[in-house]
Design a protein around this ligand. Structure first.
Ligand code: GLP
Length: 233
């Protein structure tokens, strides 16, 4: 793992956008994208830049089940708002949280991921060490799957909703196996509420109880952290 220590998320965004720029220079074709508050500064830097993704492909990590793409809490909406409206890709794939056949939707995503291998995957990290929506206990060898969100994640993510009852209980997520297939991974973490998860990700045992710990076994990971998130390393 290579570490980039930054003073704040804004500086992290500058470094994050640089990683995207380098990937483009190395002819990356497919980008794995993340949501949450963490990647916003990177997306802001990308939208201000002259980086061009118009002939690239993107995949998103996850989506809530049951939210329409027009729902401001959906990850479809988030991606349009923070990135795609300014930096469109040739094709952007997201899991469809309204799919009538969940099985068919997951199979569709896996087929696409096999067809277009990810060159750079962006990740945040949950307070409990989840990546995408791969909660603690998720087998490392899963591809796309349906997730029952943990109470911890529902509570943490309720800050984006009017009240906790509006937070969906289920989501679709790309699996850890798909994430690990990416050529390069960029994980960003900011703030002291990420400090435990970051420390365990780096120094703890590689265990399904802390999904991000699997990244210790990937050959090409860049971690951008601020001082607070790095405080327990
Ligand atoms: C959500 C997302 C993750 C994200 C995590 C952290 O549950 N599914 O992809 O990394 O929360 O979010 P934040 O960046 O807002 O702390």
């Amino acid at each position: 793992m290579k570490f980039i220590f930054v003073d704040n998320p804004n500086e992290g965004g500058i470094k994050g956008a640089q990683v995207f720029k380098n990937a483009l220079a190395n002819n990356a074709k497919t980008f794995g994208l993340a949501t949450g508050s963490t990647p916003i500064s990177t997306y802001n830097e990308i939208t201000k830049s002259n980086l061009d993704f118009s002939n690239k492909i993107s995949f998103n990590l996850d989506e809530y089940i049951g939210l329409k793409p027009t729902n401001p809490q959906s990850y479809h909406f988030y991606m349009n708002k923070y990135l795609f409206s300014v930096k469109p890709f040739a094709q952007s794939y997201l899991l469809n949280g309204l799919a009538t056949s969940e099985e068919a939707e997951l199979a569709r995503y896996d087929r696409l991921l096999e067809k277009y291998p990810i060159d750079l995957q962006l990740l945040g990290i949950g307070k409990n060490g989840h990546i995408g929506f791969n909660e603690p206990g998720t087998p490392f060898d899963l591809t796309s799957h349906k997730v029952k969100l943990t109470e911890s994640t529902i509570k943490t993510n309720s800050r984006f909703f009017n009240n906790i009852n509006e937070v969906p209980k289920y989501a679709f997520s790309m699996g850890i196996r798909s994430i690990m297939s990416s050529k390069q991974i960029l994980l960003e973490a900011y703030g002291e509420n990420k400090a435990d998860a970051v420390a365990k990700m780096i120094n703890g045992p590689v265990t399904e109880q802390l999904p991000a710990s699997i990244l210790q076994t990937h050959q090409n990971v860049i971690v951008i952290v601020d001082e607070a998130a790095a405080s327990k390393i």
